[in-house]
Design a protein around this ligand. Structure first.
Ligand SMILES: Cc1ncc(COP(=O)(O)O)c(CN[C@@H](CCC(=O)O)C(=O)O)c1O
Length: 416
């Protein structure tokens, strides 16, 4: 997507820019990765570039789900099947199905489920709800949206050459098994926590999440728990929702998505769970403000997407979803085994669709460029996810099987 270049002509407006944008050091990570891919392709027009960078699904949406969206779309062309604006919180049937499939066993109710157009969008709306006066902690490395949206919202100070003043970075590296030392972590109002983590692929254990909930309770913090990859977890000791932890309903909300489960990255459907018990310091329910945000600046998820989501949550659809997740997990296993066989320190790839590969002492953008140049493969540089990501590269397991197999052959040729 082209953005306007800095114009040197005299501006017409007298409107001041939101100064927080000026704190951001570069464009958002993934468009920059895409720009460098285009540049490489332009310089090497015959190169067959494989993309293992952005975590974008590649396989067709399963039939049960597609048929439901097809029927919903056709229905919109009929008098009796037509529907306009829906409930901003989501169709009751979808809220009920999400609850029954994922949360009833941990005490959550349909009224606490808010269906949306995706988790990234909800993260931005959550930031709007929290406002600029809250303090924020993020895992480091982490999904860039947590930091960038905090900067844009004015929750941070300036960039200090490594990261942003005012944010607490909870370092997650091999040395601490990718879980922060909470005894050394200062209190913040909001704690963004993603498990399985993007980009490291680390899934937090029940014990670790119990510590996190206790930490939030002690400090009176709110955990924004991002479970976008929870279905990829196969380790029985790693919870698939924060609400498996007793007491989490008092300190956590959870955002999740159909993107990586049903191939909905382009269809756009997610949800956020805000428990009734989650209260601000003054006792006011967070759910009430979340509902106000969703009804004020959001007009509900697409009715076609919701039809697909409902089908995905049916017994048949859910089985198809698991087949899709299993396919990507197989891709991850192939990539993980390849890099382990090449002697790299490799993390993730077991409970997540991301493999986190260490290149000790190397700048991750340099490794990104080397892999692009020598393998014609797009990855994502670890430093793009935070300072603690330096020296790592993330490889996505979202790809056609033939591309994954081609990629490993290329990696073997270059790194054997
Ligand atoms: C932790 C996490 N949460 C939410 C999302 C987005 O969910 P949606 O429901 O699709 O909005 C992603 C996607 N991260 C991908 C894609 C890049 C991006 O979202 O900026 C990635 O990290 O490659 C993610 O990694």
């Amino acid at each position: 997507m082209r953005i306007a270049s800095l114009s040197l002509t005299k501006p017409t407006t007298k409107v001041s820019r939101n100064k927080n944008f000026g704190k951001l050091q570069a464009g958002y990570l993934f468009p920059e990765v895409a720009r460098r891919r285009r540049e490489h392709q332009a310089n090497n027009p015959d190169a067959k570039i494989l993309s293992l960078g952005i975590g974008d699904t590649t396989e067709p949406i399963p039939p049960t789900i597609v048929e439901a969206m097809r029927d919903a779309a056709i229905g919109l062309g009929t008098r009796q099947g037509y529907s306009g604006y829906g409930a901003e919180q989501g169709q009751a049937a979808v809220r009920e199905a999400i609850t029954q499939r994922l949360y009833a066993h941990v005490g959550r109710k349909p009224s606490e489920i808010f269906v949306s157009d995706g988790s990234k969008c909800d993260i931005g709306r959550l930031q709007l709800m929290f406002g600029s006066q809250v303090s924020v902690a993020v895992q480091d490395p982490a999904y860039p949206v947590y930091v960038d949206s905090s900067v844009i919202m004015g929750m941070t100070g300036e960039y200090n050459g490594q990261d942003f003043d005012g944010i607490t970075y909870m370092v997650c590296r091999p040395e601490n098994d990718f879980f922060p030392d909470l005894t050394q972590t200062p209190r913040t109002d909001i704690i963004f926590f993603c498990s399985p983590n993007n980009p490291t692929g680390a899934a937090a254990t029940r014990q670790q999440l119990t510590e996190l909930v206790a930490f939030a309770k002690k400090n009176g913090s709110i955990i924004v728990y991002d479970a976008a990859y929870a279905l990829f977890i196969s380790d029985p000791d790693c919870p698939k929702t924060i609400f498996e932890i007793p007491g989490a309903e008092e300190v956590a909300l959870e955002t999740c998505s159909f993107s990586k489960y049903a191939g909905f990255t382009g269809v756009r459907l997610g949800w956020t769970v805000v428990p009734e018990q989650l209260r601000y310091a003054d006792g006011f329910p967070v759910m009430n403000d979340w509902n106000r945000i969703m009804s004020t600046i959001f007009n509900g998820a697409s009715n076609i997407a919701q039809a697909g989501g409902l089908a995905a949550l049916s017994d048949k659809g859910w089985a198809e979803v698991h087949e899709l997740v299993a396919f990507y997990k197989e891709n991850a296993a192939i990539l993980k085994q390849t890099f382990e066989g090449l002697g790299f320190n490799v993390y993730g790839g077991k409970d997540a669709p991301y493999i986190w590969i260490q290149f000790p002492g190397r700048a991750s953008w340099d490794v990104f460029g080397e892999i692009l140049q020598n393998c014609n493969i797009v990855t994502t540089p670890g430093s793009g996810f935070g300072a603690a990501g330096e020296g790592f590269v993330r490889i996505s397991a979202f790809g056609h099987r033939e591309d994954i197999l081609e990629a490993v052959e290329r990696f073997k040729k270059v790194y054997a």
